[in-house]
Design a binder for this molecule. Structure first.
Ligand SMILES: N[C@@H](CCC(=O)N[C@@H](CS)C(=O)NCC(=O)O)C(=O)O
Length: 210
C-alpha cells in the first residue's frame, strides 16, 4: 500500500494514526501542498488534489480519510477501528464525521487565517470558528461521560479523527475548563501511534506556520 499525505493535514494525520494503530506496513508518499509542481504531479494521480489518498496493492485509489480507514479495517480486521456491532459503528461514524466537519474544518480555516498578517485577518470569521470549536468541546466533554473514548468503549476511527483536530485546536481555543476533554486529549497523546505522528509532523507544522 502507498499513502499520499501531508504531515500538516489533520485528515492525513488521522489515517497515519490508524495505520500505526493497526501496525500495517505502507510506503509513504509526501505531497507538499505548498509546491505547485508537487501538487500538479499529484493531481495527475488524483485530480481533486486532496490528501490523504491510499493506493492499494491492486493499484486501486482510495481517497477520503474515513473511507481509507474502512478499507484498512477490511485489510486488517483484528484491531477494528469501526466496531462490527451496528449501533457502535453508527456512533463511531457519527463522531468521526462531527470531528471532521466541526473540529478539523474550522481548525484548518484558523490555521490559514493565522498565517495572514494581523491586519488582514478576518476577526468575524475567527470568532465564528472559535465558537464552533467551543460548541464541539462542550459536546465532546459531555459525550466522554459515557465512554473513555469518543464514540465507544474502545479506541476507534472517531478518536483517530478527533486527536489531530484537537492537537491543532488547543492552540487556538484552550481545553481548560473541559475536564473530561482535557484528560481524554492528554491520554490519547500518550499513545505510541499519536506520539509518532505528532513527532514526525512537528517540523512540517512549524515550517508551515512560519
Ligand atoms: N474529506 C477529506 C478532506 C481532505 C482535505 O481537505 N485535505 C486537505 C488538507 S487538510 C487538502 O488536501 N487540501 C489541498 C487542496 O484543497 O488543494 C478527507 O477526509 O480526507
Amino acid at each position: 500500500m502507498e499513502l499520499y499525505f501531508s504531515y500538516v493535514s489533520p485528515y492525513s494525520q488521522k489515517v497515519l494514526i490508524a495505520l500505526y494503530e493497526k501496525k500495517l506496513p505502507f510506503v509513504g508518499k509526501l505531497v507538499n501542498l505548498a509546491d505547485k509542481a508537487d501538487v500538479a504531479e499529484y493531481k495527475a494521480i488524483f485530480p481533486l488534489g486532496k490528501v490523504p489518498l491510499l493506493v492499494t496493492d491492486h493499484r486501486q485509489l482510495v481517497p477520503e480519510s474515513s473511507i481509507i480507514i474502512e478499507y484498512l479495517d477490511e485489510v486488517e480486521p483484528s484491531r477494528p477501528l469501526i466496531p462490527k456491532d451496528y449501533e457502535q459503528a453508527r456512533s463511531v461514524r457519527l463522531w468521526d464525521r462531527l470531528s471532521d466537519q466541526y473540529l478539523s474544518a474550522p481548525v484548518i480555516n484558523m490555521l490559514f487565517e493565522s498565517r495572514k498578517p494581523a491586519g488582514q485577518q478576518n476577526h468575524a470569521n475567527i470568532e465564528r470558528w472559535s465558537q464552533q470549536l467551543g460548541t464541539m468541546y462542550r459536546m465532546i466533554d459531555d459525550q466522554l461521560a459515557r465512554y473513555p473514548y469518543l464514540a465507544s468503549a474502545e479506541f476507534s476511527m472517531a478518536d483517530c479523527a478527533a486527536l489531530p483536530a484537537l492537537h491543532y485546536s488547543s492552540q487556538f481555543a484552550s481545553l481548560k475548563g473541559f475536564t473530561r476533554l482535557s484528560a481524554y486529549y492528554e491520554s490519547l497523546m500518550l499513545r505510541a501511534s499519536a506520539m509518532r505522528v505528532m513527532d514526525d509532523a512537528a517540523p512540517y507544522i512549524t515550517a508551515f506556520l512560519d
